[in-house]
Design a protein around this ligand. Structure first.
Ligand code: ATR
Length: 273
């Protein structure tokens, strides 16, 4: 009998998670099924409980339910606790155990796949919503020289910097105040790319040799990556690798085995063209 997993969201039809987990299961010889589950906006908890009652083993949670999942869990990892967001749930001894693998997925993509160590680097994180919050603790765990959070609504960046102040060297900024500063790694965690918009980052912020990373991905370059290219950024990356790496971490939490991501990232990349 296969063990059952789902990814819950609304909308969910676009999710590539079933394809990713099917590839992981085939590669590691794990007997499992993984499907999409569309929950009504007011029906997240009821759907999770019904899936659990049906014998489900665990689930991934995506937009817009990550915060609700965080509230639902009986136990949380430290990174999920601080992020106030859960993307991975495991049913364990009658409890709902929550984790957040987004940040570790981002760090693994940057440090391992893109071969860019973050230790000692000046990192700029654009955005202060759920996507940004989920990656702060894992980024700080890489011991950057500093992590600056910039947001259109600067007060939200300040609140985040305060929340994580005991975990590393971090600060908050408006976009305007970034003028004249340079960073080695600039990560776009805003939702601007969704509407084909560009965060109002001043010119000159990309240090020589810098990495520009957009958590969004798509067929071509996002507006942020196009801007980074014009600004002379040395390396451009979208969020496809992060997507696969966060899934690999979830798979490892559930199955105790870490799949190899290289071929899966290549397969998804080919599918985007
Ligand atoms: P998510 O869960 O994807 O992070 P969110 O919590 O709604 O979504 O947060 C969206 C983030 O993108 C916010 O930081 C938002 O900035 P504000 O807090 O000032 O609203 C940011 N954002 C969205 N569109 C943007 C744009 N065009 N330029 C800059 N920042 C943008």
């Amino acid at each position: 009998m296969a063990d059952h997993y789902v990814v819950v969201g609304n909308p969910i039809a676009h999710s590539k998670s079933p394809q990713i987990h099917a590839a992981f299961a085939a590669q590691t010889g794990q007997n499992l099924s993984y499907e999409r589950l569309l929950a009504p906006l007011d029906g997240f908890v009821a759907n999770v409980e019904a899936f659990r009652a049906d014998g489900g083993k665990g689930l991934n949670v995506t937009v817009p339910f990550k915060q609700e999942a965080w509230q639902l869990c009986d136990a949380l990892s430290e990174r999920a606790q601080l992020a106030e967001a859960v993307n991975t749930i495991k049913f364990e001894d009658g409890r709902i155990v929550g984790d957040n693998t987004d940040g570790v997925g981002l760090c693994r993509d940057i440090c391992h796949n893109l071969q860019q160590a973050l230790q000692g680097k000046r990192i700029l994180l654009l955005g202060a919503g759920g996507a940004a919050r989920g990656v702060i603790l894992p980024l700080l765990a890489e011991h950057p020289a500093c992590l600056t959070i910039a947001n259109r609504t600067a007060s939200k960046a300040e609140q985040l910097a305060q929340r994580f102040q005991h975990y590393g060297q971090l600060g908050a900024s408006s976009y305007e105040a970034l003028a004249g500063q340079q960073f080695d790694v600039i990560i776009n965690a805003t939702s601007a790319s969704l509407s084909d918009a560009l965060p109002p980052l001043p010119g000159g912020c990309f240090a020589p040799g810098s990495l520009a990373y957009d958590m969004m991905y798509g067929k071509g370059l996002t507006p942020f990556l196009l801007f980074a290219q014009q600004q002379g950024s040395a390396q451009l990356a979208d969020g496809l690798g992060m997507l696969v790496e966060q899934a690999a971490e979830a798979f490892c939490i559930w199955r105790g085995v870490r799949p190899d991501t290289t071929a899966v990232i290549a397969e998804l990349r080919a599918g985007l063209c």
